[in-house]
Write a protein that binds this ligand. Structure first.
Ligand code: 13P
Ligand code: SF4
Length: 320
């Protein structure tokens, strides 16, 4: 749809924002029309930092459920709404709190590090939270006498182990969207665009990370593309990020890595990677959740209290 077609809805949303004293936070993977109406667009770390310091009374969180929960944990007294309550995450699903508690009980010396892509109940069981933007720094700062348990992303965990040399027990979860990227498809793109820099999200498989010029969070991907003298970039993450890259890096070209295996399905055409959960949100649903003040994130007080500690520890270490 042409951008102008969204203008009436966007105007309605801006008016609601004023009357509710609301702030709209959007993840880099949201559709362009949501990004364009948001007050802040960023990665999980930037969104958590923004949520921690907002003085708005209502937070409209355009991302997935665990992100809206994070905003609620940091703002228990505020109203947090999200456009679609079914916007989940395969990583969050892979790690139920009772299974984590069972594993923790096998080793009293475990120090649990949770990637922010997990439920509030899992956060409440952990010592510290990380995002892809600060995981390396936080693991380096972890107590030396503890056995580290990293949940729920085995790929991000493996990448952090490679960077830090610190052994960790890894939970066997993954991002269903990022593990679709394959080495052969990427090698083909590199042959096609030999000048292009390859920028990869650490939720990807090692065979893909090993081909990267840079492995980083979505926000750092944008910083990297801005700073690099290169003019072409192969982007190995969810395609929603291309919108900001095109806006913030005029004159540069961004090529979405395909999520099919060219060796196994050579005639398939490019299906750029989309997270089906992130793409549940629409501008219409943003308007509706503001009008209804729902769906709303509500969490038990005990979970709110316990999950806040590891999140605050993350924000504190990140700021050092
Ligand atoms: P970041 O934007 O924090 O890099 O995370 C990517 C992601 O998959 C969020 O769900
Ligand atoms: Fe979860 Fe992957 Fe979607 Fe991010 S892209 S929300 S990690 S399923």
């Amino acid at each position: 749809m042409p951008r102008a077609a969204f203008e009436p809805l966007a105007q309605e949303i801006r008016a609601l924002k004023q009357s509710l004293n609301a702030v709209i936070l959007a993840h880099n993977y949201q559709v362009p029309e949501i990004q364009d109406v948001a007050d802040f667009v960023g990665d999980s770390l930037g969104l958590a930092q923004h949520a921690a310091r907002t003085d708005a009374e209502v937070i409209v969180f355009c991302g997935v459920h665990f992100m809206a929960e994070t905003a609620k944990i940091l703002n228990p007294e505020k109203i947090v709404v999200l456009p679609d309550k079914d916007a989940g995450c395969s990583l969050e699903e892979s790690c139920p709190a009772d299974q984590l508690a069972a594993l923790q009980s096998t080793n009293p010396n475990f120090w649990t590090i949770a990637y922010i892509n997990c439920s509030a109940a899992v956060k409440a069981l952990c010592d510290v939270i990380v995002t892809s933007g600060n995981a390396e720094k936080i693991v380096r700062a972890a107590p030396a006498d503890k056995d580290l348990l990293f949940v729920p992303d085995e790929n991000l965990g493996a990448w952090v182990m490679e960077q830090t040399g610190r052994p960790m027990t890894l939970w066997q979860g993954n991002c269903y969207a990022h593990v679709e990227f394959r080495r052969e498809s990427l090698l083909q793109l590199r042959r096609q665009f030999p000048e292009a820099k390859v920028v990869v999200h650490p939720e990807s498989l090692r065979e893909v990370r090993d081909l990267a010029d840079a492995v980083c969070s979505t926000e750092r991907m944008i910083t990297y593309c801005k700073a690099s003298p290169a003019l072409q970039f192969v982007i190995v993450t969810e395609s929603g990020i291309i919108h900001r890259m095109q806006k913030e890096c005029p004159g540069k070209e961004f090529i979405c890595a395909p999520t099919f295996d060219v060796m196994r399905a050579p005639t398939d055409h490019c299906r750029c990677s989309e997270c089906k959960f992130m793409k549940l949100n629409t501008l219409e649903k943003v308007r509706d959740c503001m009008k209804r003040l729902g769906p709303r994130v509500e969490l038990p007080p005990e979970i709110l209290r316990r999950a806040r500690l590891p999140l605050e520890r993350m924000l504190e270490i990140s700021a050092r």
